[in-house]
Design a protein around this ligand. Structure first.
Ligand SMILES: Nc1ncnc2c1ncn2[C@@H]1O[C@H](COP(=O)(O)OP(=O)(O)OP(=O)(O)O)[C@@H](O)[C@H]1O
Ligand SMILES: [Mg+2]
Length: 372
């Protein structure tokens, strides 16, 4: 990202960015820098190298960035990295989780209030937007921002000024907005929950963070880095994974992404009674793989003869479908039958546009074949 690399113990280069947020004066509920003394972003998969490249390029332009990705993929980390690499790095980074603030409070949290604006407003208070003056305002879970407030945010994005609650004088604010979401904003617009004009204002540049299962080769280096850090933090002599444990890490679906990987390793370091973490220490029960085996409930179309999709062929798609059916849609057995890891199997499903519904039936996203 910033051209800085740290060596990985297997000799692989790890793209990294050390982010040390500047200390802020004045307290604010939105200032979560305290928990982020140093942030290291790790990854060397093509998908993450692309993300690092986008962070570097986007940091240089002072326009809004929208970060999308499943929960735990590192959206906040990316927002911090953008701030750190931008010309605003010396300014504050203010994070506000739009889903965590009660709808009734969010206007005063965001824009502040004047003395006497409402009962209990005994003194003027600055909001998060004002605290972000000269820096970056990170709006997390933007899809959950109350609809009424979206107009006020839009005004700030368009005019660069705000009104405190109960205030009459607009205040100029110079802050860059970075927003994040793990919901599909287009669907939120269709459902009438998100203003389309706000969406276009926020979505000038977009970074899509891939789920961990799509990051080729990253699980091992992330696991190794986290193990080193957590073991040293806890003063435990645990310095690696057994081959079977590493195999499990590589083949698990990680529905909670990087955050789940960190929690798994943290738990394993406590449980391990040997220098190498074993399968049992990971506590990744087979049923925990369930959510990733059921990616999205989607409509199912079946052929009249009861088989799904086209007959097996020499194509990859045909081979995957046959293996799935032969193995009753059990991901681990199907992957084994195909001689690939579960992560690779998920990639094969994705690139062949094969989707499974909750009953593990294959859905063909290609045009329907004429039925007899
Ligand atoms: N590439 C990475 N390298 C190192 N640590 C990472 C990486 N990605 C994420 N993390 C760590 O994983 C945890 C989750 O990241 P973060 O909070 O940024 O995710 P998120 O996408 O904002 O999640 P949510 O949607 O649940 O808010 C954090 O502890 C973060 O430091
Ligand atoms: Mg987050």
């Amino acid at each position: 990202m910033n051209g800085e690399t740290i060596p990985h113990q297997n000799g692989a280069a790890v793209a990294a960015s050390v982010v040390s947020p500047p200390a802020r004066d004045g307290g604010s509920a939105g200032d979560r820098n305290a928990g982020w003394p140093t942030v290291l972003m790790v990854g060397e998969s093509p998908a993450m190298l692309e993300v690092f490249d986008q962070i570097r390029r986007f940091a240089a332009c002072d326009v809004p960035v929208l970060i999308t990705g499943e929960s735990g993929t590192g959206k906040e980390l990316v927002a911090r990295a953008i701030h750190h690499h931008s010309g605003r790095a010396a300014g504050p980074f203010i994070a506000l989780n739009c889903a965590a603030v009660p709808a009734t409070l969010i206007a005063s949290e965001l824009f502040g209030y004047e003395k006497g604006a409402f009962t209990g407003a005994t003194a003027r208070k600055h909001g998060h937007v004002e605290h972000a003056q000269g820096g970056t305002l990170f709006l997390d879970e933007i899809g959950d921002m109350p609809f009424d407030l979206q107009g006020l945010l839009l005004r700030f994005l368009q005019e660069g000024e705000i009104l405190r609650v109960g205030g009459r004088r607009p205040i100029k604010i110079d802050a860059r907005v970075v927003a994040a979401t793990n919901v599909r904003l287009r669907e939120a617009i269709t459902a009438g929950k998100l203003r389309e004009d706000l969406y276009y204002r926020l979505n000038v540049l977009t970074i899509r963070l891939p789920p961990l299962r799509e990051r080729d080769g990253d699980i091992e280096i992330l696991a190794t880095c986290f193990l080193r850090e957590i073991a040293s933090e806890q003063g435990r002599q645990v310095h690696g994974f057994s081959p079977a444990a590493m195999d499990l890490l590589l083949n698990y679906g990680w529905p909670g992404n990087v955050r789940e990987l960190i929690a798994t390793i943290r738990r394993a370091v406590v449980l391990a009674d040997r220098p190498l973490i074993g399968v049992a220490d990971l506590r990744l029960e087979p049923e925990q793989t369930g959510p990733t085996e059921r990616p999205r409930p989607v409509p199912v179309r079946r052929r009249p003869n009861g088989t799904n999709l086209e007959p097996a062929s020499h194509t990859e798609r045909g081979a995957v479908v046959s293996a799935l059916e032969a193995n009753r849609f059990n991901m681990t057995r199907t992957a084994r039958a195909l001689g690939v890891s579960r992560a690779t199997l998920y990639r094969m499903l994705h690139r062949n546009q094969i989707e499974l519904d909750q009953q593990f039936l294959v859905r063909d996203s290609l045009p329907a074949a004429p039925e007899a």
